[in-house]
Design a protein around this ligand. Structure first.
Ligand code: CDP
Length: 236
């Protein structure tokens, strides 16, 4: 009996990931979705998970600083992404999680390492064929350090505040630009200075400043960089 198999062992395929990290309102979401669409890749809006964790805690009157309880709730979250809609325990919360207060609350729970750990596997599970584009703060540093392409997307505070104000108004929410600037600064400060998974530009990330360029131009740059990425380095 021949015990030696002559089939070549197959390497597990590691689907390519493009990570887009950056500060609030830099345009990450819009750009990441368009890049994903252009490549036919999946898309992960990691910030929505922190927004959902915070919303669930607020709704159950759990203090946002109660690390153990918020982490346990984060692990159990019943989330479904249905097209553009996000359902929490079957209820459409797409608009509820997009307010500025929901963003601030998200950044409070996101500073708790227990919560980040609870959401780790859920994020990595988005890496499916034929690939993934994801945006957030630690996509390239913690969640997918082996990403094929890492982008640090940013823009001036003024440009970001204008975009966020426009976005909120389009959703029918009230927004005063001076208040939005203050909120952005508070959130940037918290996201950059937290000890766990802080927002920072990695040495291996491409810097993309969108202050003076359109979302289409940003998408074109990323697609161009990606087309020049050696694909064998990501197992495909
Ligand atoms: O859309 P915007 O950039 O304003 O926020 P977001 O991406 O939805 O993230 C909301 C908050 O979640 C951020 O301010 C971060 O504190 C946190 N977050 C994080 O810590 N890590 C991520 N990968 C994504 C978001």
């Amino acid at each position: 009996m021949n015990l030696i198999s002559n089939t070549v062992p197959t390497q597990p395929v590691i689907w390519p990931v493009i990570t887009i990290d950056g500060p609030t309102a830099s345009g990450k979401g819009t750009v990441a979705q368009r890049v994903a669409h252009a490549l036919g890749f999946h898309y992960l809006d990691s910030g929505s998970l922190y927004r959902l964790a915070a919303l669930a805690a607020v709704r159950q009157c759990v203090p946002l600083t109660d690390d153990k309880t918020v982490a346990e709730m984060s692990r159990q979250l019943d989330i479904r992404f249905v097209g553009e809609k996000i359902l929490l325990a079957g209820q459409d919360v797409s608009d509820d999680i997009r307010s500025e207060s929901a963003g601030q609350n998200a950044s409070i729970v996101a500073a708790l390492w227990q919560v980040r750990e609870a959401l780790l596997d859920r994020q990595r599970a988005f890496r499916e064929a034929p690939g993934l584009v994801c945006d957030g703060r630690d996509m390239g540093s913690v969640i997918f350090p082996d990403a094929a392409l890492k982008i640090f997307l940013t823009a001036s505070v003024e440009a970001r505040a204008e975009r966020r104000t426009k976005q909120l108004k389009q959703k029918g929410m009230s927004a005063i630009i001076d208040d939005v600037v203050k909120e952005l600064r508070i959130r940037d400060e918290r996201d950059i200075n937290r000890p766990v998974a802080p927002l920072k530009r990695l040495h291996d990330a491409q810097l993309l400043d969108t202050t003076e360029i359109s979302a289409d131009e940003a998408v074109a740059s990323i697609l161009d960089w990606y087309s020049k990425t050696p694909k064998n380095s990501v197992g495909v």
